[in-house]
Design a protein around this ligand. Structure first.
Ligand code: ZN
Length: 369
């Protein structure tokens, strides 16, 4: 069943390799044309542009230079994500766009508390998004899971944790702490993290994304105090490494724990370049990968970072020398780190992912363990 006309999304490049996406925010991946449609329907008249091309350009925050400025753009996407029909449509279109880009499995994250301005309950928010994901899956075959976000600058993380725990039947597979990092350490949300862990739900935390001198400390807090199984971004782990001529030659105590425990880093290069004023070559993904860290690749916010999985792969290939075997290993690690069940992983790897990478020339283990 198709509910909405699916105008072709912008900036999606079909690619041959199927991918696994672990870190993608629903409110950062809307189609500009859909934002205009929904603003019209909802009577929201504060959009900065009224023409689709100009609006897409406005949302591209590649030059924002700081996480705080980058996050400002979300006020306009959140504004049109306030009805069940809008959320269902946005989730459905996200699945179509990801599938068109080659994504075989996606974990989509959102914060229910941001979508209650017009009276939706947290449960209604989750159900509407879950419904849109199911419609998209029925049309494309893309497999998915939902991650519920708490926002680190707000005190209601326990409430979001309970929403997550209560909606496992709707496809929720994990919990995350997101938002402006600089002065908001993850251990402020210890109780929410404990509730999640004790429920058996999975936990990832944005840490070392753009915390400056606190980055390494926040990464340590996320894994040691909060019990995060994956790290959102984690790129500031490079600040705990000795680097010489572009290669890591020694590790501090926190970097050693992250590497030795193989804690997956959900790296989102296009987003990181925008929020940390990095040139492509300054991004630490290549050095971390070669030093044995568990690197995965994601998009973060496809609209604000004007990116896609295929362009993140192109980035790793063209700026950091990832060959087909490296992309296959990154995809295998992403599938291993996913919060879905083992049967889903085995089926995707053996039937979709491994054959494609093998066909492309990578030497891969074709069986799941
Ligand atoms: Zn993120």
């Amino acid at each position: 069943m198709k509910l909405w006309s699916s105008a072709p999304p912008i900036s999606v490049t079909p690619m041959a390799l199927p991918t696994v996406l672990l870190h993608d925010h629903l409110d950062g991946g809307l189609r500009p044309a859909t934002i205009l449609d929904l603003a019209d329907e909802l009577g929201y008249d504060a959009l900065p542009e009224t023409e689709v091309g100009a609006l897409a350009k406005w949302f591209d925050q590649s030059e924002s230079g700081s996480l705080e400025t980058y996050l400002d753009a979300f006020v306009h996407t959140i504004a049109v994500m306030q009805t069940g029909a809008a959320l269902e449509r946005i989730a459905y279109e996200a699945v179509l766009d990801l599938s068109a880009d080659g994504v075989a499995y996606a974990e989509i994250r959102f914060c229910p508390a941001l979508h209650t301005q017009r009276g939706l309950s947290h449960a209604q928010v989750v159900e509407a998004i879950s419904s849109g994901m199911r419609l998209g899956e029925a049309e494309t075959g893309l497999k998915w899971g939902l991650i519920i976000d708490a926002l680190r600058q707000h005190p209601w993380s326990e409430e979001m944790a309970r929403v997550a725990i209560g909606h496992r039947g709707s496809g929720v597979v994990g919990f995350d702490i997101a938002g402006p990092e600089a002065t908001n350490p993850p251990e402020r949300h210890l109780l929410a993290c404990r509730l999640v862990r004790e429920s058996g739900l999975r936990l990832t935390i944005h840490a070392g994304e753009a915390a400056g001198r606190n980055g390494v400390r926040y990464i340590a807090a996320a894994i040691d105090k909060c019990g995060a199984e994956r790290l959102g971004h984690g790129l500031e782990i490079i600040d705990d490494c000795d680097v010489s001529d572009g290669e890591i030659v020694d590790l501090g105590a926190v970097a050693r724990r992250v590497r030795d425990r193989q804690i997956p880093l959900e790296m989102c290069p296009a987003s990181n370049l925008a929020t940390n004023r990095l040139t492509p070559e300054q991004h630490p993904i290549g050095a971390l990968y070669r030093a044995g860290f568990n690197i995965t690749l994601s998009t973060d916010n496809r609209l604000m970072s004007n990116t896609s999985m295929s362009s993140e792969f192109d980035f790793a290939r063209s700026h950091h020398g990832f060959a087909i075997g490296d992309l296959a290993l990154t995809t295998r690690r992403s599938m291993e780190a996913a919060f879905c069940d083992r049967d889903t992983k085995a089926a995707l790897w053996e039937e979709v992912l491994a054959p494609a990478y093998e066909d492309a020339g990578a030497a891969v283990e074709t069986n799941w363990i």
